[in-house]
Design a protein around this ligand. Structure first.
Ligand code: SF4
Length: 335
C-alpha cells in the first residue's frame, strides 16, 4: 500500500492570544460599582427589565451631541453658527401638553403634531432610536425632566461652549499588554483658535446625575475614569490635555433656568502624572479582578454604603440581594 502522507510533517499550530477589549465605563466603572450587576447584564447579557438609568443618561448625551452637530452645521449646513432654538426655553406645561397631544394623536391614528422646538425634535429622534432597542422612560415626568435639563444646558452653556467644541464622542484606546483599554470622551473642548493644539484641549464628560448626594465611591471612580482618559489621551497625542472636567447635568434642574452655572455642576479633576499612575494601576487591578471572576464565575455585589440606594432601587437583582436598604435587603411586596 502506498503511504501518501509519508514524509509530510505538519507543525503544531501556534497559540493565538486574543486580548479582551475593556471599556473604561461599560466594564471597569460598571464592575467597580457592582460586580454582581455587571456579571448579569454585561457578561451574561441578560436584558434588564427597566432601563431608566440607561434611558436618562443616553438621551441627554445623544441630544447634546445633536446640539453640537447643529451648531457646527454637520447635519444641516444652514444651522451652522446657531444655537438650537436660539436658546429659548419652553415652559414645563408646554412640554407636557405637547407630549400629551402626541400621545392622543397616536392613539387616534391622526397626524402627530410637529415638535414645538428643535430640542424636542432632537429629543424625539433620539428617543425613537432608544425605544426601538427597548430602552424606555418609565415615567412621563422623566421625559419632561430630560427636555427641561437639555433646554437649560443649551441656554446656559451653548453660546460659549458650542463654538469651542472640537470633537464629540472622541475615541481613545491603548494596548495594555494583557488587554486593550478603550474609552469615549464626550467632548474635546479647545480655545476658539483655528489651530487645534492637543495640549490646549480640555476633556469634558457629561454625567446625567447630580453632584450633590453622589456616593463618594462613585465620585472617586469618576475621577479615576477621567485620569484614565487623560492617560489614553497622552498615549494618542503625546501630551496631557489641559483640563479634565465632569459636568453634572442634574444640577441644572429646577423650576427655572439658572442664570449662571450652579457651583456644583462642574468639577475639574486634577490630572497630575502621579494621580494618573494610581488610577491606571487601580484600573488594571480591576481588570484582573474581572478576569478572575470570569474564570470562577463568582461575582460580588457592592457592599452596603458603597453604592447609592437609587442605583439598587432600579436594579432587577434587588429582590435577592442583601445590599439595598442599608444592608437589610428589599422588603418583599407580597407576604
Ligand atoms: S441591588 Fe444593588 S448591590 Fe445588589 S446587585 Fe443590584 S446594584 Fe448590586
Amino acid at each position: 500500500m502506498p503511504k501518501p502522507f509519508k514524509g509530510i510533517s505538519i507543525p503544531a499550530s501556534k497559540k493565538t492570544i486574543i486580548k479582551r477589549r475593556y471599556s473604561v465605563t461599560q466594564d471597569v466603572v460598571s464592575f467597580r460599582r457592582c460586580g454582581l450587576q455587571y456579571a448579569a447584564f454585561n457578561v451574561h447579557k441578560y436584558a434588564p427589565a427597566q432601563q431608566t438609568q440607561t434611558y436618562f443618561g443616553t438621551v441627554i448625551h445623544q441630544v447634546l451631541d445633536r446640539c453640537h452637530a447643529h451648531f457646527h452645521g454637520i447635519v444641516e449646513p444652514s444651522t451652522k453658527g446657531s444655537i438650537p432654538d436660539n436658546g429659548l426655553i419652553l415652559k414645563e406645561e408646554e412640554i407636557h401638553n405637547y407630549f400629551y397631544e402626541v400621545q392622543e394623536a397616536q392613539k387616534d391614528k391622526k397626524t402627530v403634531p410637529l415638535p414645538p422646538s428643535e430640542i424636542i425634535k432632537y429629543f424625539l429622534q433620539v428617543e425613537n432610536g432608544l425605544n426601538s432597542k427597548g430602552i424606555l422612560a418609565i415615567r412621563s415626568n422623566t421625559r419632561v425632566q430630560a427636555v427641561k435639563i437639555l433646554q437649560y444646558f443649551n441656554a446656559l452653556e451653548g453660546a460659549v461652549l458650542y463654538p469651542r467644541v472640537r470633537d464629540t464622542e472622541h475615541r481613545l484606546q491603548a494596548d495594555q499588554i494583557g488587554h486593550i483599554l478603550h474609552g469615549v470622551v464626550d467632548l474635546l473642548v479647545d480655545s476658539i483658535d483655528e489651530n487645534v493644539d492637543p495640549a490646549n484641549c480640555e476633556m469634558w464628560d457629561y454625567k446625567g446625575s447630580s453632584r450633590v448626594g453622589l456616593n463618594p465611591k462613585d465620585l472617586e471612580t469618576y475621577e479615576f475614569q477621567m485620569r484614565v482618559y487623560a492617560y489614553l489621551y497622552q498615549r494618542k497625542y503625546g501630551v496631557l490635555p489641559k483640563k479634565a472636567v465632569l459636568y453634572f447635568l442634574n444640577e441644572l434642574d429646577g423650576d427655572t433656568c439658572p442664570s449662571q452655572r450652579p457651583v456644583n455642576a462642574l468639577i475639574e479633576v486634577s490630572i497630575e502624572p502621579d494621580e494618573i499612575e494610581v488610577a491606571i494601576n487601580e484600573f488594571t487591578k480591576t481588570v484582573n479582578q474581572i478576569e478572575e471572576s470570569r474564570c470562577t464565575n463568582e461575582w460580588q455585589a457592592a457592599a452596603p454604603g458603597n453604592i447609592s440606594e437609587q442605583d439598587c432601587k432600579s436594579c432587577d437583582l434587588r429582590w435577592h440581594c442583601k445590599t439595598p436598604n442599608g444592608g437589610k435587603g428589599v422588603k418583599p411586596i407580597y407576604p
